[in-house]
Design a protein around this ligand. Structure first.
Ligand code: COA
Length: 391
């Protein structure tokens, strides 16, 4: 039985801050960002956009292709939870009008939870092939102003319909994983912004990759040469480049820069202009590969794609999938490109206004309309969040 991703769609906020604007404001050479960390823009969420509205925006086009009451579970991965108790998936369930015969749960482990949700969904479907599971990975990456993390913010949500006989990619059984209790990135409950030891985190990421890869090869007997394209968790695109070079070195492959680029670059194009979206970023990378590869020159049918998920703290997993025949027919490439292209640029002051208004909006607030998407956070009253469908 084949199980995997049948449909996939991605959403981001309607605004971005260019790293050129950011660099000018901070009096830093812009090439530190465009070359040094490999980022050009960061999507910025206004106060009336959160992971629930982003997730609803990501999932809505999928629900045009399936009856809402066919969805048997929502697995919502995020580290930007909106409530310590009620899952973001329950708000999403209401907004999308899903069936009451559908269970909902929120999953968290830093940027790893999206991969965990996908793997859990595949296991649930192998146990009961009638299930159709909506996997959401949605996050808003936010760091303190004037810290090194500020340049690596962003946001996004990926919705994946996981089923038997998937039309886009079969997720293959067998994976390699690695867990270690480390403090490289964390966000205590009282904070809206993450804390990060960036250099240490890079080291732990690369070390986790080596361990997860070793476990993967032992579990599956697959080798580096069995994989055509490599998708990595992308906090910033230079990280994925470092990761792939580390793996190439570990396996002793002799590759030219052009071969390395062919294996990884298409999966970095969106992330470069969206920024970090934590649990979603690996799957934004996968969508970037699907949408940006020249399919006339490189038909992906039958190609094996690897996924390396890394969540600080830390948990990592390496797994693979095989692209299915006819996958091009169900891609939502035009929608993704339009979403990204239609974002409005913010000045640094406008970005700061959004930034602080989110933090100050803890209770009894009605948000002005900035979010142009189909769903928005309308306000908070008596500690309850109110969402609305705007069009
Ligand atoms: N031109 C070209 N490259 C430049 C440059 C310039 N003018 N100035 C600096 N660089 C390079 C540096 O050499 C460095 O490259 P290297 O990593 O290959 O050595 C890179 O740009 C970054 O510079 P650095 O001084 O290390 O930046 P920083 O102290 O601001 O930290 C991050 C950068 C990415 C570590 C920091 O933004 C961060 O921690 N972000 C959060 C990451 C995260 O979320 N991690 C957790 C989950 S994976």
């Amino acid at each position: 039985m084949k199980v995997g991703i049948d449909l996939i769609h991605f959403a981001t906020a309607d605004y971005y801050l260019g790293l050129d604007t950011f660099a000018a404001e901070k009096h830093i050479d812009v090439e530190k960002f465009t070359i040094g960390i490999g980022q050009e823009k960061m999507s910025i969420a206004p106060p009336d956009e959160d992971v629930v509205s982003l997730a609803a925006k990501a999932a809505a086009p999928i629900l045009e292709h399936i009856e809402a009451n066919e969805i048997s579970a929502v697995l919502f991965a995020t580290e930007t939870g909106v409530d310590q108790s009620k899952s973001a998936g329950a708000f999403l369930h209401g907004l999308l009008g899903l069936s009451n015969r559908c269970r909902v749960i929120e999953l968290k482990h830093a940027c790893y939870a999206g991969a965990a949700a996908l793997q859990m969904a595949t296991s649930m479907i192998r146990a009961n092939p009638k299930e159709k599971i909506l996997v959401i990975a949605a996050d808003i990456a936010k760091y303190d102003v004037d810290t090194s993390g500020e340049a690596t913010q962003g946001c996004g949500a990926v919705a994946m319909l996981v089923t038997e006989a998937p039309r886009i990619i079969e997720i293959e059984p067998g994976s390699g994983f690695y867990t270690d209790d480390v403090m490289d990135f964390w966000r205590p409950n009282h904070r809206t912004t993450a804390l990060v030891d960036g250099k240490y985190s890079t080291k732990v990421y690369l070390n986790s990759l080596k361990h997860a890869w070793k476990h993967f090869t032992e579990q599956t007997n697959r080798t580096f040469d069995d994989i055509d394209y490599f998708c990595y968790h992308i906090p910033f695109t230079k990280m994925a480049e470092k990761a792939h070079k580390t793996l190439v070195k570990k396996v002793g492959a002799k590759l030219t820069q052009a071969q390395i680029d062919a294996q990884t670059l298409p999966s970095q194009l969106y992330n470069r202009i969206v920024g970090n979206s934590y649990s979603a970023s690996l799957f934004v990378g996968f969508i970037s590969l699907l949408d940006n590869i020249d399919s006339h020159l490189h038909n992906l049918e039958g190609k094996r794609v690897s996924f390396f998920s890394y969540g600080s703290g830390c948990v990592a997993e390496f797994f693979t999938g095989v692209i299915q025949p006819g996958y091009q027919k169900v891609l939502m490439t035009d929608e993704h490109k339009t979403t990204i292209a239609h974002r409005q640029a913010l000045s640094y002051q406008e970005y700061l206004d959004f930034y602080h208004n989110v933090d100050n909006a803890l209770e009894n607030v009605v948000f002005p309309v900035n979010n142009q998407g189909p769903y928005r956070l309308a306000g908070i009253k008596d500690h309850k969040r109110y969402y609305e469908k705007s069009h």
